[in-house]
Design a protein around this ligand. Structure first.
Ligand code: SAM
Length: 198
């Protein structure tokens, strides 16, 4: 049986700074290195946003002019934007474009399934979420926009990256410092969105 985790540096820092999860420091590092978020407002979508750390941090960065839409099938009390309580697999682009008020500058996805401990199964379920995330990103991003998604290492990652390169001018794999050493997660940072012709 696995032992409960003791809070590490990142968890203690998140608690001290008022964020519900340590994951906030993964996005902070991604933004520091790659500048994926719009400046001074803009439109951002956060897929799989519960418990709300990424969204809270994005709100802090974007200020009052930011239009932020979060999606999760678990509720997020006091969400700092428009919240859609639904599976991302069932969300249509219009349900995001309407509250955004126009095409998104950035789509974020930190979605992860309930893991089983079977690495292959978890990879397959997670890649399905990441495929839905990129499909939504392609449907709602403005030209030049950014997309960040979590992936679990596994056999489908190379094909996913190759597919992302069809739509984005820059695609980079990142393992932020706040990702646990033993974790199979990585993030794909995609910039300079090129919509398909027609
Ligand atoms: C690692 S957590 C996200 C943490 C978040 N970025 C934060 O900083 O607070 C992964 C989230 O993905 C959500 N998720 C998993 N599958 C989903 C689905 N099909 N639709 C919507 N959300 C999903 C889970 O409910 C969970 O809240």
């Amino acid at each position: 049986m696995s032992q409960p985790r003791t809070p590490d540096h990142w968890s203690r820092k998140a608690k001290a700074e008022g964020f519900p999860a340590r994951s906030v420091y993964k996005l902070e590092e991604i933004e520091r290195r790659f500048h994926v978020l719009p400046r001074g407002g803009g439109r951002v979508v956060d897929l799989g946003c519960c418990p709300g750390s990424w969204s809270a941090w994005v709100r802090q960065q974007g200020g009052p002019r930011l239009r932020l839409v979060g999606v999760d099938w678990q509720p997020v009390p006091n969400y700092p934007g428009d919240f859609v309580e639904r599976s991302v697999l069932e969300v249509e682009p219009e349900a995001l474009l309407l509250p955004l008020g126009g095409p998104a500058d950035c789509v974020l996805s930190d979605m992860a399934p309930f893991t089983t401990g079977n690495r292959f199964t978890d990879h397959c379920v997670q890649i399905e979420l990441a495929q839905r995330a990129i499909a939504l990103a392609r449907a709602i991003l403005r030209p030049g926009g950014s997309f960040v998604t979590k992936l679990f290492e596994g056999q489908e990652v190379n094909a996913y990256v190759a597919d992302a390169k069809q739509s984005f001018g820059e695609v980079k794999r990142v393992k932020p410092d706040a990702t646990r050493d033993e974790s199979v997660e990585l993030f794909l940072v995609c910039k300079a969105f090129r919509p398909a012709p027609g």
